[in-house]
Write a protein that binds this ligand. Structure first.
Ligand code: NAD
Ligand code: TDX
Length: 332
């Protein structure tokens, strides 16, 4: 493998993956990204120009996608509309990008016989009860609950059908909640960090009891690299780092880290249909591909993330006011 196409490479996880893979291989990387509100060209600064190309465009543009796919050995597909709250306000772009965009890409990969890796989420499995000892596995039933997760579930099923019906050489990974540098300020952890930097109290939806299974974004990148290199065609791998925490305990940790009282947060209107708990069993990935996460210490990863947002205000500041304005309209 010499050349790869990364869709959504100007977004949070995509840009972290591009930095990771270019630092750990000699691959040439082409990024295809529409630069929606969530994309930021600045997140891809400093990459070696002889091995990197940026193309601004839409994954629903069949002619462009077909041309770019024909130039590479593999496609790693991150591009998506990714935020649940947005999907509850305006679902249409989720259907277009997550479903039609994925369809457009796998049709091009089918035509050219290109290796394809599809990035997905644990949210396709719905949610678990807070007191349920179970975790999601590759065999869990698909039960998405939001417009976002329903379109991601649909995109996974399209990829599976293309493997079975057309012999597409594809793998799928479903990862839990990521945190780390370059995450948009609409998402939970960066929103609370940047609120604290602005002297605003953190905001917890409902009672803050919902549980998410946190993984550092660099561990997601190393898992995707392992699957791209050694994953079995047609297989799905769940990615997670045993990082279950309630939203309330994440906010309490953040408050303590910035020297404030752990109860200095506000409870705000809950998200409609708010999934209670996600939890990943990543045993298959660890056993088959020998992958292990490097960021075992969530508190240390969180502290490094706080430092990153403190040191990179120029990156997030332009998005902060419009994001908070949108949240104010939703009662969040
Ligand atoms: P993000 O919203 O930060 O970035 C998405 C990127 O895709 C942006 O750069 C955007 O400009 C681009 N994009 C959107 N529509 C496009 C289109 N039609 N054509 C081309 N580019 C387009 O998202 P993220 O958090 O980095 O998520 C990346 C992927 O990982 C998604 O597929 C998401 O479902 C999945 N995922 C995310 C998480 C998480 O915790 N954030 C967890 C598991 C899986
Ligand atoms: O201000 C907030 N307060 C709050 O309590 C925000 C923005 C969120 N929350 C809660 C909602 C969730 O329980 O925090 C949790 C995390 O919220 P998000 O960051 O919106 O993530 P989530 O809905 O869990 O989805 C994320 O993980 C799975 C990503 O956005 C998805 O793209 C990914 O598939």
């Amino acid at each position: 493998m010499q050349r790869i196409l990364v869709t959504g490479g100007a977004g949070f996880i995509g840009c972290n993956f591009v930095h990771y893979i270019m630092g750990h291989s000699r691959l040439h990387v082409t990024v295809l990204d529409k630069l929606t509100y969530a994309g930021n060209r600045a997140s891809l600064a400093g990459l070696p120009p002889e091995r990197f190309e940026f193309v601004k465009g839409d994954i629903c543009d069949a002619a462009l996608v077909e041309k770019l796919t024909g130039q590479v050995d593999a496609v790693v597909h991150f591009a998506a509309e990714s935020h649940n709250d947005n999907s509850l306000e305006e679902p249409r772009p989720f259907v277009d990008t997550n479903l039609v965009g994925t369809f457009t890409l796998i049709e091009a990969a089918r035509k050219h016989g290109t290796r394809f890796h599809h990035i997905s989420t644990d949210e396709v499995y719905g949610d678990l009860a807070l007191d349920d000892p179970a975790r999601f596995t590759e065999g869990s039933v698909y039960r998405p609950t939001s417009p976002y997760s329903a379109t991601k579930a649909g995109s996974d099923l399209l990829v599976r059908a293309w493997v079975r019906s057309f012999g597409l050489r594809a793998t799928i990974s479903n990862c839990s909640n990521n945190y780390g540098p370059y995450q948009h300020v609409e998402k939970f952890i960066p929103r609370q960090i940047t609120n604290l930097l602005d002297g605003i109290r953190p905001r917890l939806y409902g009672e803050g009891r919902n549980v998410r299974d946190w993984i550092h974004v660099e561990d997601h990148s190393s898992a995707v690299a392992a699957i791209l290199e050694r994953g079995r065609i047609g297989e799905t791998y769940l990615i997670g780092a045993d990082g279950e925490l309630s939203n309330r305990s994440v906010v309490e940790k953040l408050l303590v880290q910035v020297g404030q009282s752990p109860d200095a947060y506000d409870l705000v209107t809950d998200r409609p249909g708010h999934d209670l708990r996600y939890a990943i069993d990543s045993g298959k990935l660890r056993r088959e591909l020998g992958w292990t996460p490097r960021y075992g210490d969530f508190d240390a990863g969180l502290a490094a993330t706080v430092r990153w947002y403190r040191d990179n205000e120029a990156w997030w500041r332009p998005k902060k006011a419009e994001t908070e304005h949108k949240y104010a309209g939703q009662g969040h």
